[in-house]
Design a protein around this ligand. Structure first.
Ligand code: GRF
Length: 203
């Protein structure tokens, strides 16, 4: 029996991407991975409730005004023998120092087709506002590894989503989540877990 890849999911809010990951685990679509830990940087994030419902360890390490945030996070990840970190609607910025400790071990989902509408300042609804403003007809989502460049790491998966003439940033955000994010993030996570469990070199 191969040892499962241990996954920590970092969240800040409602946790719909976390839910997609948890559902994918329940359905058996992540046979080589185990969601072992959920960490929120925001107190009271609903995502922690979702972790609880699935009997996954969850906890909060506040990032705001906490210079020890990354050190505390790192200690917890090491203590729980985490192999892979998945950023799922996680809104704090991780330093190059932290990211450098996890080369090709941190996955992020970004709600556009990188390299469009990405990088510094492009998060949440702002991404969709920019896509609508520019008048593109297709957008989507991208799963990529996190490195020291915002949204700059190696791309794993992308999926396109159509923009409708009547779209607002909110309706577009919802469609991108339903059609792309909730599909791609579990898929990429399962893929990386399988590669790591089978010893495919990612360093
Ligand atoms: C949305 O802004 C989505 O586009 C982005 O994360 C947010 C969803 O957060 N990638 P959550 O997973 O429901 O907490």
């Amino acid at each position: 029996m191969l040892k499962k890849t241990r996954v920590a999911v970092l969240v800040s809010g409602g946790g719909s991407n976390l839910e997609a990951l948890l559902q994918s685990q329940v359905s058996g679509a992540m046979p080589f991975g185990e969601i072992a830990l959920v960490v929120s940087n925001i107190q009271g994030a609903y995502a922690l409730e979702r972790a609880k419902q699935h009997h996954v360890e969850g906890g909060c390490i506040p990032s705001r005004g906490n210079p020890e945030f990354e050190a505390q996070l790192q200690d917890l990840l090491v203590a729980r023998e985490i192999d892979v970190i998945v950023l799922a609607g996680f809104l704090a910025i991780l330093s190059s120092d932290f990211v450098g400790k996890w080369p090709e071990r941190i996955l992020n989902i970004h709600p556009s087709l990188i390299p469009s509408f990405c990088g510094k300042g492009f998060y949440g609804l702002k991404v969709h506002e920019a896509a609508l403003e520019r008048g593109v007809k297709l957008t989507g989502a991208t799963v990529h590894f996190v490195n020291e460049i915002p949204d700059g790491g190696r791309i794993l998966l992308q999926k396109a989503v159509e923009i409708h003439p009547e779209d607002t940033a909110k309706t577009l955000q919802q469609r991108v989540m339903e059609q792309a994010e909730w599909v791609l993030l579990p898929q990429a996570t399962a893929q990386l877990c399988e590669e790591l469990a089978k010893g495919v070199n990612h360093d």
